[in-house]
Design a protein. Structure first.
Length: 270
């Protein structure tokens, strides 16, 4: 792989974003014949994308080396120095870069950044994000096909109707007898319906009103003598709209007839 040294040097020192940077000690390679021990050089490392540059000093204008982080593995290694890790490449005789951090936190940060620097890792991340996007699109399509708010409203309506105490009263047609309404479930209403009497939570219809009697005992519908003007009103008028008032209305007529009978008994007329 050929790289333009001038372009690489400019990219290493330009204002492009830096993924990670800091001092590391780099193991110096020596010829096996003259190898009497490992020595380390302190260098300033800069990570940009999948390129790892290292400089002699932090203020240096040109890098002294470059590591292309493709096809490599970053792992901890055993060395004479503490907090050491290595960048190893596949293949026989491939060079390994042994680096030493200043502490545990710095070592973990470098290992994490270097492990995520390759394009292979980015490719895996992109595939995972594409998979999550497809699943999200499928879930959104399923939500759009399902009923939006009808399910919640219908379930609430079912719960409301499942409680007998909350069910609306069932209306029944009004039946007329003796020109008066005999039964309706609508409660106290105007002409054509009667009042509901509640007994232990159950609704009972009122009894049929008897025909009006006259003083002579006929059924012509004329009021009996002695009744007040209010008593001459219709049994289903606003004053006698409920069953209790209707009962009192007929009771007044019976009271008048009883008083007349008592007076005839006193006069000796049977």
């Amino acid at each position: 792989m050929k790289l333009n040294e001038r372009s690489v040097a400019h990219y290493a020192t330009c204002d492009s974003p830096t993924d990670h940077a800091g001092f590391l000690r780099k193991q110096v390679e020596r010829h096996p014949v003259h190898h009497h021990g490992s020595s380390y050089q302190r260098r300033w490392f800069v990570l940009k994308g999948n390129l790892l540059f290292y400089f002699e000093e932090q203020e240096s204008q040109e890098p002294v080396g470059l590591v292309v982080l493709e096809g490599c593995t970053v792992e901890l290694c055993e060395a004479t120095e503490e907090f050491a890790f290595a960048i190893r490449f596949d293949g026989t005789g491939a060079r390994a870069y042994v680096l030493v951090a200043d502490g545990q936190a710095a070592m973990e940060a470098w290992v994490k950044a270097l492990s995520r620097a390759s394009f292979d890792y980015m490719r895996l991340v992109v595939r995972e994000l594409q998979k999550q996007l497809e699943e999200a699109c499928k879930s959104l399509a399923a939500c759009c096909k399902s009923p939006r708010r009808s399910s919640s409203s219908s379930s609430g309506r079912k719960r409301h109707l499942s409680n007998p105490a909350l069910q609306p009263p069932q209306e029944k047609p009004t039946t007329l007898e003796n020109s008066y309404s005999t039964w309706s479930s609508g409660g106290c209403v105007a002409v054509g319906a009667t009042c509901i009497d509640y007994d232990m939570g159950q609704t009972k219809p009122p009894p049929l009103p008897p025909r009006r009697r006259t003083a002579a005992g006929s059924a012509t519908g004329s009021p009996a003598p002695g009744l007040s003007p209010a008593m001459r009103e219709s049994p289903v008028s606003p004053e006698t709209i409920c069953f209790s008032k209707l009962h009192n209305w007929y009771g007044q007529e019976i009271a008048v007839l009883r008083r007349e009978w008592q007076e005839r008994q006193k006069r000796g007329h049977p």
